[in-house]
Design a protein around this ligand. Structure first.
Ligand code: C2O
Ligand code: CU
Ligand code: CU
Length: 489
């Protein structure tokens, strides 16, 4: 047994002792509809987001200690419009320093909310965030260096939907909570008493934290929702710390209409889609042909992980059951076209950069797990191009407006790579073409074997005091140093 297999099997034993799978077996709960803050009609006041300690019952019958943003777990769904500037007041009351990063937004580095825009406990961060990009599903989450995993897991995350004139008038389902649903998928671990648990160990540093229980919008899956006959839109975020999720429908294909950074040119049908942590996809489900349908999630979407080893994979669970009812909703047809999306022009690139993600830098992960209070501290246990993340080191300097090719590879395992301040197009993923559903605007790319290459351009400034980040979105890897900083000027 090599070191990694050994760590996995001991880790798995601990997981089974927790008995978390039992929680997943209960009958479906109603889908929680996350409260919507719709600002598309205009922004009159400052937009307040308060990070608070809270408690929340995920469905175990016992309240867990959580963080929430205006709520007891997670944040509101913010719906905004291209062209607006959002005057946020982010108040931090969690008893620890935090940050809120706007993942997916094309905004300058000083309002990006990365690790340099720390918000001390008891203070308020007030960035004016310009929304220049087109319709897309984005999100926000803690980016406190070393503690991103712990804070995001506890609930510091929310969804930010950008609409534009075209999306607001598009012939698509768009009545929130009726035919248009936002789903935040996460995996959780619950201890024997039903409380949410998070504990770092060497194995967890290796794989990232993986829970055995799927949670949708803060409720243990499966969750259930009645919907109108016709097309139903699901805007889905994988907000897991580390798990890749394989999504499929019980009946029919997964019809994808948008990826991280906006609409595809036309709907793409896939038997299943793989979502890494941090990725977003919008799908349409046709409820005119079926009475019920299920969104199923394979918790080993990426292939690896504890359960793949233990049970030979196929740890599939129903996330959401949809049942047709007599309510009125969207009655249009499946759109033939969605957006104008040119193929990526890689010939435009004038600069190529290479990034090697490194897990095995010889750090003693077990000692690290013991030394800190469930966070990675300032440790250099993982690296990119031989350098663990350092707050005071700039790794790359990019010229504003240049088209660049970024090539990413890794020494072991599957990793989701993310770049701040942009949307990019995937030229290749793991040495081959990306799946059709991942060929539109993205800010996440999977990296396992061979090179993954993206074509990217940065249109906003990021100074050395407020640089952008690029990193693995397995949050424990990011915290452990698999992250770098770059300026744009
Ligand atoms: Cu979603 Cu740098 O993060
Ligand atoms: Cu980001
Ligand atoms: Cu990683």
């Amino acid at each position: 047994m090599d070191r990694r297999t050994f760590l996995k099997s001991t880790g798995a034993g601990m997981f089974l002792a927790g008995g978390g799978l039992a929680w997943a077996k209960s009958t479906a709960r109603p889908l929680p509809i996350i409260p919507l803050t719709d600002l598309t009609g205009g922004v009159e006041d400052r937009v307040s987001l308060a990070l608070n300690p809270a408690s929340h019952d995920f469905g175990t019958g016992v309240a867990s200690e959580t963080f929430g943003i205006n709520h007891d777990y997670l944040g509101p769904v913010l719906k905004v419009k291209q062209g607006q500037t959002l005057p946020f007041d982010v108040a931090n009351n969690i008893g620890d320093t935090s940050t809120i990063h706007w993942h997916g937004l094309h905004i300058p580095g000083d309002v990006d909310g990365g690790p340099h825009q720390e918000i001390e406990h008891g203070s308020v961060w007030s960035p004016d965030v310009p929304i220049v990009q087109h319709a897309s599903m984005n999100w926000f989450h803690s980016h406190m260096h070393g503690k991103t995993a712990q804070q995001t897991y506890k609930g510091l995350a929310g969804v930010l939907l950008i609409e534009d004139d075209a999306s607001l008038s598009a012939d698509l389902p768009k009545t929130y909570g009726v035919d248009d649903f936002t789903l935040i998928l996460q995996d959780k671990m619950f201890d024997g008493s039903g409380k949410m648990a998070y504990e770092l160990s060497a194995a967890v540093f290796e794989d990232g934290f993986e829970g055995d229980t799927l949670v949708v919008n803060g409720a243990i899956a499966p969750v259930a929702q009645t919907v109108p006959t016709g097309l139903v839109r699901l805007r889905i975020l994988n907000a897991c710390n580390a798990r890749f999720l394989g999504l499929s429908m019980e009946t029919g294909p997964v019809t994808v209409i948008a990826s991280d950074g906006g609409f595809l040119s036309a709907p793409v049908e896939a038997e299943s889609i793989v979502m890494s942590p941090g990725e977003r996809y919008e799908i349409l489900v046709d409820m005119s042909a079926v009475e019920t349908n299920f969104l199923n999630v394979n918790l080993d979407g990426g292939g690896g992980g504890f359960f793949a080893n233990l049970f030979g994979g196929n740890q599939t669970t129903t996330a959401l059951s949809l049942t047709r009812s007599a309510t009125n909703g969207f009655d249009g047809a499946m759109p033939a076209r969605l957006a104008n999306l040119e193929p990526p022009k890689s010939a435009d690139a004038t600069v190529t950069r290479s990034f090697q993600l490194e897990m095995d830098v010889g750090a003693d992960l077990a000692a690290l797990a013991l030394a800190w209070d469930n966070f990675c501290g300032d440790a250099g246990a993982m690296a990119i191009n031989g350098q663990p993340m350092k707050m005071d080191r700039i790794d790359e300097e990019v010229r504003k407006g240049d088209s660049e090719i970024w090539r990413i590879s890794v020494d072991d395992q599957l990793h989701p790579f993310h770049i701040h301040g942009c949307s990019f197009r995937i030229l290749s993923q793991n040495g081959g073409p990306p799946p059709a559903y991942a060929s539109g605007w993205k800010d996440m790319v999977h990296v396992e074997e061979g090179w993954s290459e993206v074509l990217v351009r940065f249109d906003f400034e990021a100074t050395k005091d407020a640089p952008y980040m690029y990193h693995c979105h397995i949050l424990e890897h990011e915290d452990c140093g698999m992250m770098g900083q770059f300026t744009v000027g």
